[in-house]
Ligand binder design. Structure first.
Ligand code: IFM
Length: 477
């Protein structure tokens, strides 16, 4: 019902009752260190794999790097004020490993940790709950030089780093996620090589995935020991995988991609085992000899929450003669053992990333995690869209992005109605930023960044989101 005290959200017709979320629902926005901080060589920070990769010709579009990014390192207090103006209840950020532990091992860098102490204090001072992600893809370069994630030792280094961050920030941060999207680190970083460190070997990708999860489990154990009150979780990027038809070969293609995209991580972390069909699919790639006794018990160390990042759906089909392999996340090298599966485009609206917009897929994904895997509280730790925005008369009217958020929040609400213990939602992203191999050419932000002047302009989606947060829900259609 339209309520004079609660005016309709910008751009959305208020034709029915509001869709209210549960009390205490954690409304937030997310970013990641390399994508926004800049200050790549300041305060004792040393290079990560993304510094090396982005400075290597031909790796990132237009030669963009994260050297300056959104200059958040220097503008942090005013960025937090902006978050407070939007009414964010929580802010999900990541810690740059090479900023706080240069080189990836040894003592902490006090100056680096101090940046995050100040950030957390600013957030708490504005009543914003800090949500800390330990690893959002910026492995210190010396650890890559020593073998990277395909090397088992990297898992142990990650646990040491987690302990060091917990010592510094554990008294004031409640929510911790270990890894962000280990699929991307493993399969884009070591399989297709479109992400740092740019290596391309199916067996290495599988080993990297295992050691990322091992590092996650070891880090959870270290954090649990030193901070028993902390809420600990992992963030995985999940996709519903749908066969293009009922034909058995298409159904089997969907099973294979689901195993690599979703169950590769969900099963070990939440069930303590690898899916048996995955091992069979990968038999030509690896014998899983890198998995040692006890690893899966560590990987499945109990958690307090699961973070789900959701962007789109995969629709797949069996291979056809002569089909052209497609680029990026459809690249065959992302899918060891399933290189010949075809990704099908349905002709539905897409974002500027060419990702199909599929809000019901969010309901489906959340329900699946809850119904097949866990009763733990779930959080959407990322959801959002890139569109081509423009500043007109000092404003950015991003109706497409606003509609994307609106549809996905409705889908999230539907999941709650279906019994999913969804406790929060983080929009990706607070601000435009360095979109990895796409550099600054893709804008995901609710806040426009002028990369020349570093001016910030909240887009219409930001104003709309502020209103959603204020009323703890949104207008029904
Ligand atoms: O920008 C990324 C983010 O770093 C991880 N999740 C997906 C986003 C959009 O590609």
């Amino acid at each position: 019902m339209s309520n004079p005290d609660h005016p309709p959200a910008v751009g959305v017709l208020d034709q029915g009752p509001e869709l209210i979320f549960p009390p205490g629902f954690l409304w937030g926005a997310a970013t990641a260190a390399y994508q926004i901080e800049g200050a790549a060589t300041e305060g004792g920070r040393t290079p990560s794999i993304w510094d090396t990769f982005s400075h290597t010709e031909g790796r990132v579009l237009a030669g963009h790097t994260g050297d300056v990014a959104c200059d958040h390192y220097h503008r942090m207090p005013s960025d937090v004020r902006l978050m407070a103006e939007l009414g964010l209840k929580s802010y999900r950020f990541s810690v740059s490993w090479p900023r706080v532990q240069p080189g990836g091992s040894g003592p902490a860098n006090a100056e680096g940790l101090d940046f995050y102490r100040r950030l957390v204090d600013e957030l708490l001072g504005h009543g914003i709950e800090p949500w800390l992600t330990l690893y959002h893809w910026d492995l210190p370069q010396p650890l890559e030089d020593a073998g990277g994630w395909p090397a088992r030792d990297t898992a142990g280094r990650f646990a040491d780093y987690a302990e060091l961050v917990a010592d510094a920030l554990g008294d004031r941060v409640t929510y911790w996620t270990t890894l962000n999207e280990p699929w991307c680190s493993a399969f884009l970083g070591y399989g297709s090589g479109v992400h740092a460190p740019g290596r391309s070997d199916g067996a290495d990708a599988v080993r990297a995935g295992h050691h990322l999860m091992l590092g996650h489990g070891l880090a959870v154990q270290a954090l649990r020991a030193s901070r028993p009150q902390a809420q600990l979780g992992i963030t995985v990027n999940l996709y519903p995988v749908t066969p293009a038809s009922d034909a058995p070969a298409d159904v089997d293609a969907a099973r294979r991609i689901d195993a690599l995209a979703n169950r590769f991580f969900l099963d070990p972390v939440l069930r303590g085992s690898y899916p048996t069909d995955l091992a069979a699919d990968l038999r030509e790639v690896t014998d899983f000899g890198h998995v040692r006794d006890g690893d899966l018990a560590v990987i499945s160390t109990p958690l307090d929450l699961v973070g789900v990042n959701y962007y789109s759906r995969h629709v797949v089909a069996a291979p056809v003669e002569g089909a052209e392999p497609e680029p990026y996340w459809r690249a065959p090298s992302c899918w060891p053992g399933s290189e010949d599966v075809r990704f099908v485009t349905r002709g539905v609206p897409v974002t500027d990333m060419d990702w199909e917009i599929d809000a019901p897929g969010l309901t489906e994904t959340l329900r699946r995690v809850h119904e097949e895997y866990t009763d733990l509280p779930l959080y959407v730790t990322e959801n959002g869209s890139a569109f081509v925005d423009a500043v007109v008369d000092g404003q950015v009217d991003d109706g497409d992005r606003l509609a994307y958020f609106d549809a996905h929040l409705r889908a999230a609400h539907e999941a709650i109605n279906a019994g999913v213990p969804l406790r929060g939602y983080f929009a990706w992203s607070l601000m435009d930023n360095f979109e990895w191999a796409w550099g600054y050419t893709k804008r995901f932000g609710m806040v426009w960044i002028d990369y020349d002047s570093q001016a910030r302009i909240p887009k219409s989606s930001a104003r709309w989101y502020a209103e959603v947060i204020r009323r703890n829900g949104l207008a029904a259609q």
